[in-house]
Write a protein that binds this ligand. Structure first.
Ligand SMILES: Cc1cc2nc3c(=O)[nH]c(=O)nc-3n(C[C@H](O)[C@H](O)[C@H](O)COP(=O)(O)O)c2cc1C
Length: 230
């Protein structure tokens, strides 16, 4: 079996987890290619039997560029897939959202994985952060085991054991994912540095559009777009 893991990672934690998962898939006797999402054309994600998408959680969601990438994928026609994220506090509904996006595209989703990661790039957090040192040894081991499990389930489902296909995960309900996420977003919006496009000074050099790691800016639109939480 050939697997392909497509990962977006700004600071390297999600990439490290992707490498663990890939080694688990290889330990189970399979080929596994690792590709950066930013270097991959979503309309030609590559020939494989098992595809995975991984990313950090940004503002309790998959980053804009990852959501766009998944929407631009071709129909999966039942191809096996799985999703994974790293996060500082909570993935909230991110895994459920990514799962649903792939399922809506016709992929057969077989699982989801999450790990804590250091949030040192968030300027309002004290240093060292509450997740300093993550992913840790245990999370690396869990990621390797998850890769092995995904490869094994894919093989067994192909052999006819369709009862192993899991139910889609759903966003956890309750205070934490609803009101707490809302409150945290309000606090983040208040405290994080603000980005605004000054139309009087903008020369449309496109530097900001090119530099934005999550494809959140479209300067040539009229009016220019800066995608934000709200
Ligand atoms: C802009 C931004 C928003 C973030 N939002 C969240 C969040 O909503 N929930 C969370 O648990 N972690 C959040 N984090 C922490 C990241 O998910 C964490 O640092 C990430 O796993 C790092 O992955 P990477 O090293 O692959 O880039 C955020 C980080 C950044 C930079």
């Amino acid at each position: 079996m050939k697997a392909k893991i497509i990962v977006f990672s700004q600071q390297g934690s999600t990439r490290a987890i992707a490498e663990d998962i890939a080694s688990g898939i290889r330990m189970a006797g399979n080929d596994c290619e690792l590709a950066d999402l930013t270097d991959t054309d979503p309309s030609h994600p590559g020939v494989c039997d098992l595809m995975a998408i991984g990313c950090p959680v940004f503002y309790f969601k998959e980053p804009f560029n990852v959501a766009d990438f998944m929407e631009a994928l071709p129909q999966g026609d039942g191809k096996h897939a799985f999703v994974f994220v790293t996060h500082g506090a909570t993935p909230a509904g991110t895994l459920a959202s990514m799962w649903e996006r792939l399922a809506n595209k016709g992929y057969q989703v077989l699982g989801a994985f999450r790990s804590y990661a250091d949030s040192h790039q968030i300027p309002i957090y004290p240093s060292p952060t509450h997740t300093h040192g993550h992913p840790d040894e245990q999370e690396h081991s869990e990621a390797i085991a998850f890769g092995q499990k995904m490869a094994e389930i894919s093989r067994q489902v192909n052999a006819g054991e369709t009862d192993l296909i899991p139910e889609p995960i759903i966003a956890p309900e309750g205070w934490w994912t609803e009101r707490a996420v809302e409150l945290s977003q309000e606090v983040l919006l208040e405290m994080m540095p603000k980005f605004a496009i000054n139309l009087d000074r903008c020369t449309q050099c496109l530097d900001c559009e090119t530099a934005c790691p999550v494809d959140g800016i479209a300067i040539v639109e009229a009016p220019p777009v800066s995608r934000s939480l709200a």
